[in-house]
Write a protein that binds this ligand. Sequence first.
Ligand SMILES: O=C(O)CCC(=O)C(=O)O
Length: 226
Amino acid sequence: MLGRGFLLSAANSNFAGKGGNAMYLHQDQGYVPMPYPPFPLVCQTIWLLDDFKQESGGTILVPKSHKMLTIGNNFQDKDQMIGNKQIGAISATAPKGSCLIFDGRTLHGTGVNKTNYPRRGVLFYYCRGWIRQQENIYLSCSKEAREMASPEFLQLSGFRPWRTLGQVEGQGAFKNSSFVENVENPVGILYPKNNNNKDNNANSSSFSILKERETFNFEKNQKSKL
Ligand SMILES: O=C(O)CCC(=O)C(=O)O
């Protein structure tokens, strides 16, 4: 559904208990400006830990909404659809152990659980390889977890560059077999060529980032005085 190089965007769980409200209907790519391209940018998968049915709060889905809310439509159409009682929403019904997979443009939300049992789902949210992930896995994945992780997990999480994206200091592009690592000596502060500060790794031919900052601050200060 998402083509080559797709990524894990986030992993969550969603428990619907008795007394809870229905979740508002939404699309999982709702942050993308309309009109959408004619293909999904993200995809949701829900692993059912309990039986899903209408009474237990099975995910509410609006069939065909992924097509209706794609091209030429806007958020007003979406609001109208959500407010429309004839929207044709259905409840996902499947036994525990099943996996519900749907296009990120599909209107959906958690149903109302009227049973005495929890309705539990584990969600894995995926995006195309060129979309920003919901979870910043590079920061939230510990070094220990990363060392234990399988190549498949590392690839899915974005530690392997895809085409020209996801490189570290220019490393990794087009080398499909290599994963990126934290660099030992990342580029530090770049000083002006004539700077006398010797206790840094500045290169005398470095690009002068400080000079740019000075110019920027100068312009900002001038504006704020006006
Ligand atoms: O729990 C569900 O049935 C759906 C969850 C959902 O829509 C979401 O987390 O975006």
